[in-house]
Write a protein that binds this ligand. Structure first.
Ligand SMILES: C/C=C/C(=O)SCCNC(=O)CCNC(=O)[C@H](O)C(C)(C)COP(=O)(O)OP(=O)(O)OC[C@H]1O[C@@H](n2cnc3c(N)ncnc32)[C@H](O)[C@@H]1OP(=O)(O)O
Length: 285
């Protein structure tokens, strides 16, 4: 059985130990498009050699940054073909600004398994501490496994955020480079869905799609640059639901509203007027 919720729910995955360097951080930021404004000192903070500031979304790549193999969707009680899976949602809460270098230990458990009929939604929660055991960040993410529902589980919640009924405080267009996914996969996510046209076609897409976490990082960076004077240490948390695919070479239209100590954001693909990220909340420190 591809999904056995009785085994999966609450299962702990093998802990991951890892470390990162300023060079990894620079590399991650470049893969999100940093450096496009090379005369802007705020932009160069992401790329400093000694002490780059670190976007909180680096938390999503830190543990696997040096992976060179395609990921597997294989956990206790879950065995799914990678081609059926898209990233559903992501949330990161940082407990301190992420340092420019360090080491961490992540423990992950399968927190929820929902049966959406045509799909399964599997939610993982993870906690990362530094070498001394101090909390660095916690994360929650879901995958949406197409064709894997119908195992007799519960449907689960279906919440969404209502955006303010007024014009956005800022609207920014952020280009996705034609080579963006090929750059981003060097941050440890070698899923061929993002690079191999044949694999993408077999998965039902006309071309390789952008990593959801690349869109996620790009939108967080845009919000930090536009609303927080380029200071990523003001971000306490960032969450989003992946509402539609993005193709490299498209443009993201990003709308941002100030809302009581947080930013609410929506991101869509300009050319197709199609949603990219929904339920996006940036929580301020
Ligand atoms: C390993 C891969 C890594 C990647 O990076 S892949 C790239 C990043 N991810 C994406 O690009 C995904 C973009 N999103 C989509 O393409 C679509 O959006 C989905 C295929 C995820 C869902 O679309 P649809 O099949 O039309 O679903 P529905 O009919 O709108 O909803 C069915 C049920 O599924 C829940 N749901 C919808 N989207 C998500 C999501 N993104 N994450 C978690 N759950 C989701 C809904 O709520 C609802 O359930 P309820 O009827 O109980 O309300």
């Amino acid at each position: 059985m591809p999904i056995d919720p009785k085994i999966a729910l609450g299962a702990e995955l093998a802990p991951q130990e890892f470390s990162w360097t300023p060079s990894d951080v620079q590399h991650y930021h470049l893969a999100l498009g940093a450096g496009a404004r090379p005369l802007d000192p705020n932009e160069l903070r992401y790329l400093d050699d000694e002490k780059p500031q670190v976007l909180p979304t680096f938390a999503t790549v830190a543990a696997n940054f040096h992976a060179t193999e395609a990921p597997k969707v294989s956990f206790p009680g879950v065995e799914i073909d990678l081609a059926k899976v898209v990233h559903g949602s992501q949330e990161v809460t940082v407990h301190q600004p992420i340092p420019a270098s360090g080491s961490g230990r992540t423990t992950t458990r399968i927190a929820e398994v929902w049966d959406k009929g045509k799909a399964a939604v599997i939610v993982q929660e993870s906690v990362t501490v530094d070498a001394e055991g101090n909390p660095l960040w916690t994360a929650r993410s879901s995958i949406f496994a197409r064709g894997e529902g119908g195992f007799g589980g519960e449907r689960g919640p279906s919440e969404s955020i209502t955006l303010p009924d007024r014009e956005a405080d800022e609207t920014v267009v952020t280009p996705v480079l034609p080579q963006q996914a090929l750059l981003y996969r060097m941050c440890g996510d070698r899923n061929p869905l993002h690079s191999d046209p044949q694999f993408a076609s077999a998965a039902g897409f006309p071309a390789p799609i952008l990593h959801g976490l690349c869109t996620y990082g790009m939108v967080c960076k845009t919000a930090v640059d536009t609303m927080l004077d380029g200071d990523s240490s003001r971000v306490a948390g960032f969450r989003a639901r992946f509402a539609g695919v993005v193709f490299p070479g498209e443009n993201l239209s990003i709308q941002i509203w100030k809302d009581n100590g947080r930013l609410l954001i929506s991101a869509s693909v300009l050319e197709r007027e199609a949603p990219a990220l929904a339920d996006v909340v940036l929580t301020l420190v």
